[in-house]
Design a protein around this ligand. Structure first.
Ligand code: GLY
Length: 371
């Protein structure tokens, strides 16, 4: 299967996203085209290293590139100051120079941390994203958001630093657990819901085949998601406006993630899916879209075997006021007002700060009562 390409056309920082099965084997040739020293540093995690690092390093060696790898512990806790320091010091010890390339090889955690390390090392070195999870292939590896978490909240320390290339090898998705795959699928659904009703229609029809392993469907879904993200990032790289559309479902999601302690009670993509369903419920209650729309969102998530409602999250949660309070700590708060991404229908999302508190409380109260 020939790889597909999405071009991210940012002035002075343009790059390609290649999508398809088998790209890892060709990574050496793709990297060699970027120039720089013929020695690359790979930042990865231990799980990804066990599964795929040898394949990557063999491909690099075949193209005449030597490489060294740093394998960090897997998991969200790695996005912290201590692991960032360790990564930056390791890169310095590897004598990485301005023209060199750092490879971020893993899921969203590694992409964000390695990308941030590249952003601050010598005031910015180039990096290549080789995302291994569906979530990273459709969202976090594209668009240049990099960073780590603070004890105060997620992604509060970071920089915009665009990669020089993204290689999304869709064959790697075959080693994900069904739960991790479906969590990433939550972000795929988000694209249809926020801006492409025909894509959502297609996901309703093809989602089950895609989850079962249909490679052509996987490539198409990753490509459409990346294309939509690229279009938005080109319009608004640093999230002064439209880029916030990509946060559909995230105001609810971040509160639920905080309430579950960023643990595996709720994966980020699961929270996005639940958050999208809640955002559509809120939109319907505000008379912005029809009541059929949230029902249709929920039906598709249910068909895919995903978490759909707050009731699907195991364990205790705060009450509605407590969840609303957690939303108030979100990065998207502006002038003390919560910003929501709501929808006039499937594929037609918009950004607003004009959301009555009691409507949000009502949605949360009913969702919690369904538990
Ligand atoms: N994940 C949202 C963004 O990249 O803007």
């Amino acid at each position: 299967m020939i790889a597909e390409t999405v071009h991210v056309d940012l002035p002075g920082r343009a790059y390609d996203i290649h999508i398809g099965p088998g790209l890892l084997d060709q990574a050496g040739a793709s990297l060699a085209e970027l120039g720089g020293r013929r020695h690359v540093c790979v930042v990865t995690d231990k799980n990804v290293a066990d599964l795929h690092l040898a394949q990557l390093q063999t491909g690099l060696a075949e193209a005449g590139l030597t490489s060294e790898a740093l394998a960090l512990p897997p998991g969200e806790a790695t996005k912290c100051w201590a692991e960032l320091e360790r990564t930056v010091e390791w890169l310095l010890a590897q004598r990485v120079e301005r023209g060199d390339i750092v490879i971020a090889f893993g899921g969203g955690v590694i992409g964000d941390l390695a990308g941030f390390a590249a952003a601050i090392l010598r005031r910015g070195v180039r990096f290549v994203q080789i995302p291994t999870s569906l979530l990273a292939q459709v969202d976090s590896s594209v668009g240049g958001k990099t960073g780590i978490n603070s004890p105060t909240g997620k992604n509060l320390i970071g920089a915009f630093h665009q990669p020089s290339l993204v290689l999304a090898d869709t064959a790697l998705l075959g080693t994900l657990t069904p739960r991790d795959f479906l969590a990433g699928y939550g972000e795929v659904v988000k694209y249809g819901l926020l801006g492409d009703a025909a894509f959502f229609d297609w996901l309703e029809a093809e989602g089950p085949a895609l989850a079962a392993g249909d490679m052509a469907a996987r490539v198409r879904a990753v490509k459409r998601s990346c294309q939509m993200k690229a279009d938005i990032v080109q319009r608004d790289e640093t999230e002064q406006g439209d880029r916030a559309l990509l946060n559909l479902g995230h105001t609810f999601c971040h509160a639920l993630e905080a309430a579950t302690g960023y643990s595996d009670r709720l994966l980020h993509g699961e929270g996005v899916a639940i958050g999208c369903a809640l955002a559509f419920e809120l939109s319907a209650r505000m008379g912005l879209c029809s009541q059929e729309d949230p029902s249709r969102v929920r039906a598709h998530l249910r068909d895919m075997g995903m978490k759909v409602d707050i009731a699907d999250i195991p364990g205790d949660l705060p009450d509605a006021a407590g969840l609303l309070d957690l939303m108030g700590q979100d990065k998207k708060v502006k002038d003390g007002k919560l910003r929501f991404i709501l929808a006039r229908g499937i594929g037609d999302a918009f950004i607003t700060s004009d959301v009555p508190r009691d409507k949000v409380l009502g949605v949360l109260t009913d969702a919690l009562a369904g538990r």
